[in-house]
Design a protein around this ligand. Sequence first.
Ligand SMILES: NC(=O)c1ccc[n+]([C@@H]2O[C@H](COP(=O)([O-])OP(=O)(O)OC[C@H]3O[C@@H](n4cnc5c(N)ncnc54)[C@H](OP(=O)(O)O)[C@@H]3O)[C@@H](O)[C@H]2O)c1
Length: 312
Amino acid sequence: MKRRDFMKSSLLAASAAAAGKVGMVSGLLGHGMAHAAVPQAGVPNIALSNGMSIPQFGLGTWTLNENTIACVKAAIEAGYRLFDTAQAYGNEKQVWQGIKESGIARKEVFITSKIWTSSMRNPPQRDSIAKSIELLGGEYIDLFMIHWPVKERIRETWESMEEFVRKGLIKSIGFSNFNPHHIETLLQYAKIKPVVNQIEIHPYHTQEANVAATRNHGIAVESWSPLARGEVLHEGVLRDIGKKYNKSAAQVVLRWHIERGLIVIPRSKNPAHIAENIRIFDFELSKDDMAAISGLNRNTSSIGADPDNFSW
Ligand SMILES: NC(=O)c1ccc[n+]([C@@H]2O[C@H](COP(=O)([O-])OP(=O)(O)OC[C@H]3O[C@@H](n4cnc5c(N)ncnc54)[C@H](OP(=O)(O)O)[C@@H]3O)[C@@H](O)[C@H]2O)c1
């Protein structure tokens, strides 16, 4: 499928979902993907290459710390069903606690977590993975990812993650901060294929090439720091576009991710922002607006992150 056709099908699915119809988006530019549908507050699902699906919108939980439980509960109340945590965030237990306290059924939510670099460097990696599963309710994790590509440890970590999939304790596996060459190497030995690459994407770092290269392997792309940690929100162009649709700058940016077919996980500790951020499934940006937002690109990471050269 060409990018233009993909954008069109993404929009159609998103509008159908917003209209209360069954909505499903292929985030893969691929074929034969299973289509399931759970439109929560109009949130479409993205089909994954293993036949499963993931809500296209959710809550990021980095630095929520002692606010995690309250934020997860507020998000569930607002219609969020996807929650992104990581060993490094130190709040896997609190994410689970928030879900439990909300009273929602486990199968209604999609939990993602990630193995940290220190756990990768200290084998057996399976110990820290088992700990994540335990902290996140003890039953299963929907999607577990390698957080950063610690080059010399990727293979053994991946093979440990595959063991958990075989046991049914992890449903899908993927990675974060992988460049195309990391993906190509992993695909040479992976017995269980990756379904998601979570990378930094926002209007200052649009990452077209990495998104296209990842999708060429049938892997869906998820945007981290989708609001550039709030830094992009002062841009006048976003406010001007927002006025046309009666939306905030944050909603405009989040809608830009959705229309690119990306999975998006904004973080907020403010309940009003949490509720505002999910109200993006009742409008569509024009082609010109999409281009104007992409025009803010500077090809710069908000935290100076480089997957080929990092010190953590
Ligand atoms: N895989 C990785 O290596 C990696 C790296 C970084 C992040 N992540 C994931 O991506 C998630 C999101 O990224 P992020 O946490 O870096 O930041 P982000 O979502 O880009 O931005 C969060 C900032 O935006 C503000 N904000 C949110 N909604 C707003 C609204 N409606 N109006 C005004 N301000 C708003 C928040 O302030 P308030 O709290 O005041 O609303 C906060 O300061 C993380 O939480 C984490 O789950 C992954």
